[in-house]
Design a protein around this ligand. Structure first.
Ligand SMILES: [Zn+2]
Length: 180
């Protein structure tokens, strides 16, 4: 879970978690000095399933958490961009891949950490990659080669399992899942 807020973003004084006076039903971080209420809401993680024929591109993480584990290219959405733009940006940053964005593929709620992960399908236009500093290695894996025990996140596993299943049928659904 995200670390609790300690100081007011408005005046820097200490906050306390309590019910605000406005009838709100959730405890919020409320400033003890200026009474500013700090709302905390889920964050979006956006990424892609880049594919080349029957293979999928995975990146070996050069950052914590899960250093050295394999992931699909993904990261936190930035202000001012759409979910698809963020997913494309992360794919360029982490893999240096050339690709065409396709449809939304998975929406994964992870309430325990206050995140929603969204993955888009992305058709690779080349099998040459130029990974950025956050990636040790970027390479293509066929389904039987996927390092299932070395995947960084459950959302990546769930997305890959559904991708290979849908690929066999030739029809891609949008999968809406809750991860507990
Ligand atoms: Zn304050």
């Amino acid at each position: 879970m995200r670390a609790p807020i300690k100081h007011c973003k408005n005046c820097g004084m200490a906050v306390v978690y309590r019910l605000p006076d406005d009838g709100d039903t959730k405890q919020r971080a409320v400033c003890t000095a200026c009474t500013t209420i700090h709302y905390e809401n889920p964050l979006n993680v956006v990424g892609t399933v880049p594919y080349w024929g029957d293979k999928v591109l995975l990146c070996k993480r050069n950052i914590e958490p899960r250093w050295g584990m394999w992931t699909l290219p993904a990261g936190f959405m930035e202000l001012g961009e759409s979910t698809a733009q963020g997913a494309a940006r992360e794919t360029v940053e982490e893999a240096g891949a050339e690709f065409e964005m396709e449809g939304l593929f998975t929406v994964l709620n992870v309430p325990r950490v206050g995140q929603v992960h969204l993955f888009y399908r992305a058709k690779l236009l080349s099998d040459q990659f130029n990974p950025g500093v956050e990636t040790i290695e970027a390479r293509l894996y066929a389904e039987h080669e996927i390092p299932w025990e070395e995947l960084a996140f459950k959302t990546v596993r769930e997305t890959l399992e559904r991708f290979f299943a849908d690929k066999k049928t030739g029809r891609y659904a949008i999968h809406d899942l809750d991860i507990h």
